[in-house]
Design a protein around this ligand. Sequence first.
Ligand code: T5A
Ligand code: NA
Length: 214
Amino acid sequence: MGRGRLILIEGLDRTGKTTQTSILTDRLKPNAQLIKFPDRSTTIGKLINQYLTDKNFNLPNQSVHLLFSANRWEVAENIKETLLNGTNVILDRYVYSGIAYSAAKDVDGMDLQWCLNPDKGLLKPDLTLFLTNESNDDAERDGFGEERYENVQFQKKVKKQFYAAFTEFETPNSNTLKLVDVTNKSIEEVSEEIWKLVQPILSNKEENQEFSFF
Ligand code: T5A
Ligand code: NA
């Protein structure tokens, strides 16, 4: 039996990541574990949660960036062990969110490379699915606008930075990155599309036993 696969679902706010990562995990159970970033339950995660939800709670941009990264390192070993035990790990956001949201702030010195540095050494997903919504519908979905980064202007900048990060860190034509257009699609339609993209990488578990790292 090969190691589990690390599968990441990324996207802008309200594109359906949490909905889809939980459907996918349920579909693969008991052979999958879901991990969501930020994990707001840890000590570091509680600070992140306060920063996101309380507009009067301010921290330097660099500090916030490092907290998000630290929050990933808290569970890095657990992810690796789970994969080695043969269980797949499904991620709801990860390194690319970390880079894109911080780089989109246009703070002097916080370029892509600076943003990646603290995440260097984390496991790279075997497959990254990026959910895109070409209409502005996500802004109409329940809850949009409640948290710090949820405004249409900023989301446009974040999208640009996601693509910049993919160009920098994904090998072209390596089949490790797939875009999933969710525009005007139902939850079921999106989950079927995701299922089709995930199956091939689960069926060739004997290959690619090596881990790769950011
Ligand atoms: N962040 C995160 C950083 O800055 N750095 C980092 O390193 C990381 C990891 C919180 C913020 O933190 C930033 C990015 C974020 O701004 P979060 O906790 O993932 O990150 O944010 P959440 O608020 O939990 O999640 P999102 O807002 O991103 O929403 P999701 O998970 O994309 O969307 P989901 O599944 O919750 O769905 C939203 C609504 O739409 C409906 C759902 O039922 C729900 O009501 N919906 C659909 N409606 C119609 N059609 C469909 N196909 C639908 N799919 C879902
Ligand atoms: Na979410």
